[in-house]
Design a protein around this ligand. Structure first.
Ligand code: GMT
Length: 379
């Protein structure tokens, strides 16, 4: 098949998932055309089956807000027509689903071809931004006009029905992880740099937005640090970083925290880590937690949204109510202080990640595509 994939090219989970999906489909012989404004961060491989189409938004003195959606829809039309796409798969509803609707109508009018559009809902497009009155009518319309809709967890499916007037079925296709990529041996020299005295290593990875509750990460770490030697790796960057730094100083643990910035090789970091912290206000899924589990790192998270579908309390880590720093700290201290429990939970986390392995999930997308087109690989 020839598949157009539209996503945000940044470190956000939806872009990562879309890119990994595209790479996996290309490996299976499908022609994959990424349509976005920048090379996706995880699109770091060369493949004869992968194509990249950059959306440029020319500026003009009249435009206080350059119309990205119009440029995107026009590029979609161009790629559908010139590369004979079989379908468009857009990730994150805003503005990708409405741009796809527009492109579909243009192609229909021009050629009589009805190009199927699949919309995958990822999280804040539904639970935060999409719900806002500013966007809601367009989001509802374009979701309903999609030929198929998928959500990355049961919780997100329910949230979507709860918040929007959706007139069609939503399939749940869980996010996935390439377990083989995350099954890395720790690099001893790297571990020595981070934890020279074999301190326990905790890690958090995100875009440091409010929804991630970055202060709770620091508070949990400070509790752990008061009980045992430990280090915290903060992967990523974003608006809450100054808050994290300030709180680290306030709690006297700043010297044990390393802000390592946005990292493409997250698997090297996870390989030396003992515990992943994700105290988010909400996660539709929590892809970073799944990647941690694939690297045999148990997770302490909240039980918000889809997190409890991924992180099984008492098995792959622990979950607590949003803001319950005391429980999260207690769980972390208890687990890190018991080598046998830690080893057992690391293995259980890995077994859970296997259920979400790329090999099990990508065929579910192919099956969905086959509802609309013949599934023959083609490049
Ligand atoms: O919140 C983020 O980190 C970014 C956001 C995105 O769309 O890029 O993530 C959402 O999609 C991810 C991939 O499906 C999920 O793993 C995240 O849980 C989800 N974030 C939220 O729901 C807050």
């Amino acid at each position: 098949m020839r598949i157009g994939i539209v996503c945000y090219p940044t470190f956000g989970g939806s872009g990562v998932l879309a890119t990994e999906l595209g790479k996996a489909l290309a490996d299976k012989g499908h022609g994959v055309h990424f349509i976005t404004y920048q090379q996706p961060v995880r699109l770091n491989v060369f493949s004869a089956n992968i194509f990249y189409h950059e959306v440029r938004v020319p500026t003009y003195p009249l435009f206080d807000y350059p119309p990205y959606e119009v440029a995107l829809a026009s590029m979609m039309v161009d790629v559908i027509l010139n590369h004979d796409l079989d379908l468009l798969h857009v990730h994150y509803a805003i503005p990708h689903a409405s741009a796809a609707y527009m492109a579909k109508q243009i192609v229909l009018k021009k050629t009589g071809r009805n190009v199927p559009v699949i919309t995958t809902l990822h999280g804040t497009d539904i639970t935060l931004v999409g719900r806002d009155k500013t966007y809601e009518p367009v989001v509802t319309f374009s979701i309903n006009e999609s030929d198929a809709i998928t959500a990355v967890s049961q919780n997100l499916r329910e949230e979507t029905f709860h918040s929007f007037e959706i007139t069609r079925e939503i399939d749940v296709i869980y996010n996935f992880v390439d377990v083989s990529r995350f099954s890395k041996k720790p690099i001893d020299a790297f571990k020595k740099v981070i934890a020279p005295h074999s301190e326990k290593i905790l890690v958090h990875a995100s875009n440091f937005r409010k929804v991630k509750r970055i202060p709770d990460v620091i508070k949990v770490f400070a509790s752990v640090r008061s009980e045992m030697p430990a280090k915290l790796l903060m992967v990523g960057d974003g608006p809450e970083r100054p808050v994290a730094e300030e709180l680290g100083r306030e709690y006297g643990v700043f010297d044990d925290i390393r802000f390592v910035g946005k990292q493409e090789q997250i698997e090297e970091i996870l390989a030396i880590s003992d515990l992943f912290l994700l105290p988010s206000e909400y996660e539709s899924f929590g892809l970073s937690a799944l990647e941690a589990m694939a690297a045999r790192v148990p997770v302490i998270s909240t039980n918000a949204g889809g997190l409890k579908e991924i992180n099984i309390h008492g098995t792959t880590g622990y979950t607590a109510k949003v803001g319950d720093v005391a429980s999260m700290s207690e769980f972390a201290i208890g687990l890190l202080g018991n080598e046998d429990d830690l080893a057992k939970m690391k293995e259980q986390a890995f077994q859970q990640a296997m259920k979400f392995d790329i090999q099990n999930i990508v065929p579910q997308y192919e099956k969905l595509y086959s509802r609309f087109c013949r599934l023959e690989p083609c490049a």
